[in-house]
Design a protein around this ligand. Structure first.
Ligand code: UGA
Length: 442
């Protein structure tokens, strides 16, 4: 690890290719720190939307940060890739790396954006890979840059991103750490200039080799997923022997070596990152000659978490056929409209297959669900709950705690709550007259 050596104090011209959940907050944060940022995306509708002052997805505080960048002039969003790359000191590659059928990452967009840099770069450029990629990808970026522009001088840097959806702005402006994998000191120095404001505010700057940085991202996400699956496996044991999983993980979390976070049992992890990164990391390990069976087990336990809740619902309502079930929370976690690999949607589909009538409600994801699934979604939670034989908490949106559960009790056909996220207060629910079925506790 390196001690920051803050030499330059000038704003840089930074290009960003890919304005999704990673690229857009990154662009806005870099502009906020005073750099001249020009971003682009192959989705032209996204560019129009952003320039009209709207966001293509829900992310707290991001609209304000983007708006400020655009109006103050540090942020430009354009379809003109030449404007993005020509004259840039640094170009961030933030394009998607979706999973292929075998779990490997689809790196076609990354190759395409690398070619774009090769075609338009003028002068020395630092090409920063922020997309989550298998270790070794930066070698391919370097080879492609040389192949498509023999005269170009460049550095390739791996700069994995650890921001979470729902707190992307906070995580971008105050990251837990800045990781840069570099092959040269000059590339490290450029990255310190990029992140100078965050480093000065106390963010640790962790400099390492390129492959270690690439691997650190997969290793981090896989480890967090492992913690969640550990808690879900524990929940199964707690249910069987009559213990309380929350009490157990609270006690475990009291040990700073373990830590309490990411030990909440429930419906399991989802989202665009954990499932694909786990599968990709297993492929990376296999290609390196290591059978990372632990990761397969983590994914299997995650799938079982949904099976368990299906069983809880069946215990509560007996036959699913013809039962009206309200499902509160459809996004893959609270604070986002993202439903990609949402455990709640997977649960809904399982219950639908078995004949249940599912009425969904989500504070942010309703439009997304209507556009991308065949689920019935209502805009008023109380409408979903009317005459329901059971309500399931599928995503732990905190506002569900403040619902008027006494009113809900009177509106439901049967007052049964299956709390798949252990969100609500058990004693309050029982006092309100509900049959309350949490996860990992009797
Ligand atoms: C995750 C990582 O936390 C980020 O550090 C990383 O940058 C990001 O992936 C990425 O690779 O881009 P994110 O996908 O936004 O971030 O979501 P998390 O907050 O990590 O939650 C993931 C899933 O785990 C959610 O479905 C959540 O409900 C679930 N979870 C989380 C649990 O089931 N139990 C827990 O205790 C914690």
């Amino acid at each position: 690890m390196d001690t920051p050596n803050l030499t330059r104090n000038r704003p840089m011209k930074i290009g960003v290719i890919g304005l999704g959940h990673v690229g857009l907050p990154t662009s806005a944060a870099l502009a906020h720190w005073g750099h001249k940022v020009v971003g682009t995306d192959t989705d032209l509708e996204k560019i129009t939307t952003l320039n009209e002052g709207r966001l293509p997805f829900f992310e707290p505080q991001l609209a304000e940060l983007v708006h400020r960048g655009l109006t103050e002039g540090n942020l430009t969003i354009t379809e003109d890739v030449n404007e993005v790359v020509a004259g840039a000191d640094v170009v961030f590659l933030c394009v998607g790396t979706p999973p292929k059928d075998d779990g490997d990452a689809d790196l076609r967009a990354l190759e395409q954006s690398t070619r774009t840099v090769a075609a338009h770069a003028t002068g020395h450029v630092v090409v920063v890979c922020k997309s989550t990629v298998p270790a070794g990808t930066c070698d391919n970026i370097a080879r492609t840059l040389s192949r498509f522009n023999g005269g170009l001088t460049f550095d390739v840097v791996s700069n994995p991103e650890f921001m979470r959806e729902g707190s992307a702005v906070e995580d971008s402006l105050k990251p837990s750490r800045i990781v840069v994998g570099v092959a040269t000191e000059s590339a490290a120095s450029a990255m310190r200039d990029v992140y100078r404001k965050a480093i000065e505010a106390g963010t640790p700057f962790m400099q390492t080799d390129i492959r270690s940085a690439e691997l650190a991202k997969h290793a981090s996400n896989a480890f967090l997923a492992t913690k969640i699956s550990y808690a879900n496996a524990l929940a199964r044991i707690c249910e069987a022997i009559g213990a309380d999983v929350t009490a157990v993980v609270d006690i475990m979390g009291g040990d700073p070596r373990i830590g309490r976070s990411f030990l909440d049992a429930g419906l399991g992890y989802g989202g665009f990152c954990f499932p694909k990164d786990l599968a990709c990391f297993e492929q990376v390990a296999a290609k390196a000659g290591y059978d990372f069976g632990l990761l397969r087990e983590v994914a299997a336990i995650n799938a079982e978490a949904i099976d368990t809740v299906v069983e809880h619902v069946k215990e509560a309502v007996w036959n699913l056929d013809g039962k009206r079930i309200a499902l509160l929370g459809l996004s893959f976690k609270p604070g986002t409209s993202d439903i990609r690999s949402s455990p709640s949607i997977a649960l809904a589909n399982r219950l639908l297959e078995q004949g249940a009538d599912i009425i969904g409600y989500d504070p942010a994801a309703a439009t997304n669900v209507r556009t991308n699934t065949r689920l019935t979604v209502v805009d008023d939670a109380y409408e979903a709950l009317k005459d329901a034989h059971c309500v399931i908490i599928g995503t732990d949106w905190p506002q569900f705690i403040d619902f008027d559960w006494n009113v809900i009790h009177d509106r439901m056909a049967h007052p049964v709550v299956v709390d798949a996220r252990n969100l609500l207060d058990a004693s309050m629910m029982v006092a309100a007259g509900f049959t309350y079925i949490p996860v990992g506790k009797r």
